[in-house]
Design a binder for this molecule. Sequence first.
Ligand SMILES: C=C(O[C@@H]1C=C(C(=O)O)C=C[C@H]1O)C(=O)O
Length: 258
Amino acid sequence: MDFMKPETVLDLNNIRQALVRMEDTIVFDLIERSQFFLSPSVYSQSKFQLGDFKGLFLEWLLLQVEQTHSQVRRYEAPDETPFFPQQLKPSILPPLKYPKILANYSDEINVNQEILNFYVQQIVPQVSCNDAEQEENSGSVACCDVECLQALLRRIHFGKFVAEAKYQADPILYKQLIENRDIKGIEESITNSAVESKILERLVVKGESYGTDPTLKYSQNPQSKVDPKLIARLYKDYVIPLTKKVEVDYLLRRLEDE
Ligand SMILES: C=C(O[C@@H]1C=C(C(=O)O)C=C[C@H]1O)C(=O)O
């Protein structure tokens, strides 16, 4: 997605194609996570010495990664929503002059804590290959979790672009819904059940294709590493609803930037 060209960025078909490409990253990241045990220490607050950091070991690593990547201006991009925006470091690269695409408040539209909660409480226990500790892999598990979370963060917060594209396609409708604080009306208006169904169907196929050793494809038991239906269920229960929450939260404030 070329964020220097607002006219293409806010084309809903282009946005949907970007979301389809993000499916591949998320499916592969979940397959990678499925190789590891549950590793509860990664989600604990006290197992490792983290200085004065207060939080999960996973959150501590997320902060390290965000501080490193912020030095090459990763979080200046409009499609990045960091967990620790107040603790990023100055970039050593000169700032890019992104054209204004989203509303001024878009950085304040943030569901990161909900994403972390569903990832730790729902995704990890269902994707891990068993519920044991795997001390020697705590670092690898945490690195894998960061990859999964960053892919999910980006996919879900892409809802801001979807919302802006829908607003610009019908500003009269949305102005009325927003002025009336008609949250249900906004939710109904942004929902496209046909697109959602297509996404869930495609995820099962991708889970089957990407998660199975191709040389075993025609064997009696081409066991996929992650249950393809689980990937679709996680999208249905968490990824899509949170994306729509981002859309609604973004639209509810949209008249602030008229
Ligand atoms: C992203 C969109 O908005 C909604 C959210 C979707 C999702 O998170 O996959 C899909 C369709 C819509 O219900 C869209 O219209 O493409």
